[in-house]
Write a protein that binds this ligand. Structure first.
Ligand code: GLN
Length: 319
């Protein structure tokens, strides 16, 4: 682990009391947000749910609040399909289909697909870019592709019990006119090939993978550790691809609030509309938070707040 001039060993002592205190400080902020309802099944989530897990590399995890409550990954899954597509094809091929720049637009925006030539989505963290990335995942059927994504997620989380929430999957699949529009537009532009409905099926299923804070904290911890499982020493992801994923999380992971998040928190993170956030403190820890009430940009209000409090207390910012 590299330590900068401001670093102090005391920050390696992550204590449960601080975590609980930060969670309680963030709790009132949930009232400022609203649970997503454009996917009807997500509207059933309780806005009161609030949980956090911190998993330092090589140390026991610390959890506070509702860290065991399940939620669907939604856009957090975009980080892992990006990694799998990189493993499947390498970066040269991947970047033929998706760009490297933030957009400043909402996560499901379509506007730049027409305005920017040649219609390539700006980055893999917005819906259009993620659908393009998912279309690249190897496998001969949607089932096979989904199984590979699920196996990858289970391996990183070290939890074979992780499964797809079928109710959320169905709910999204029947209400996804906007994502369908994006996908067909991408096909028209030649960014994706093959059967659009099959790509969408895989995309909706990856978004519906059911996790909890402990599981996403472990996935974040693997990214924090450069792709190596500290328990087994196994390389789960090539380091170069982890760097690409972290760079995208930092610049685009919180969509058009990524700049604000970099200033207030300062660590790579990815949010999802079910209210989860996966955060990575390079060389130190993975963090998972859940609080379903979102701000207008689609990020969990209390989740961002917990991360902001923890970053200030434990000096987590990478800057
Ligand atoms: N921001 C998100 O989490 C979006 C994911 C959601 N499944 C969608 O495609 O709309």
């Amino acid at each position: 682990m590299t330590k900068d001039a401001h670093y102090d060993a005391q920050y390696d002592l992550y204590d449960l009391e601080t975590l609980q205190e930060m969670l309680e400080k963030a709790r009132p902020f949930a009232k400022q947000g609203k649970v997503a309802d454009y996917i009807p099944e997500l509207a059933k989530a309780s806005p009161e749910t609030l949980g956090v897990t911190v998993m330092p590399i090589g140390q026991a995890p610390l959890s506070a609040g509702d860290c065991g409550v399940p939620f669907t990954m939604q856009s957090i899954s975009k980080v892992f399909t990006l990694l799998l597509a990189l493993i499947d094809h390498g970066e040269e091929k991947l970047f033929e289909h998706v760009g490297m720049e933030p957009t400043g637009d909402h996560f499901d925006s379509i506007v730049r697909l027409e305005l920017a030539e040649p219609g390539k989505p700006f980055n893999p963290m917005i819906n259009a870019g993620a659908i393009a990335v998912t279309s690249l995942i190897r496998g001969s059927t949607p089932q096979e592709k989904t199984d590979r994504i699920l196996a990858f997620v289970r391996k990183l989380a070290a939890d074979e019990s992780i499964a797809i929430d079928e109710a959320v999957y169905r709910s999204e699949a029947v209400t996804a006119d906007r994502n369908r529009s994006l996908a067909y537009f991408l096909k028209h532009n030649g960014v994706i090939g093959g059967d659009v409905e099959e790509h969408l099926e895989v995309y909706f299923r990856q978004c519906s993978i059911r996790v909890n804070c402990v599981q996403i904290a472990r996935m974040g911890m693997i990214l924090a550790n450069g792709g190596i499982d500290p328990d087994s020493g196994e390389i789960l992801i090539p380091e170069r691809y982890v760097r690409i994923a972290k760079a995208f999380m930092l610049t685009c992971g919180m969509y058009n609030a990524s700049g604000e998040f970099a200033i207030k928190v300062g660590i790579p993170a990815k949010s999802g509309v079910a209210g989860g956030i996966l955060a990575v403190v390079p060389g130190r820890m993975g963090i998972g938070t859940i609080s379903p009430a979102l701000n207008e940009k689609g990020n969990s209000v209390a989740g961002c707040r917990i991360l902001q409090e923890l970053a200030a207390r434990w000096r987590l910012s990478i800057y």
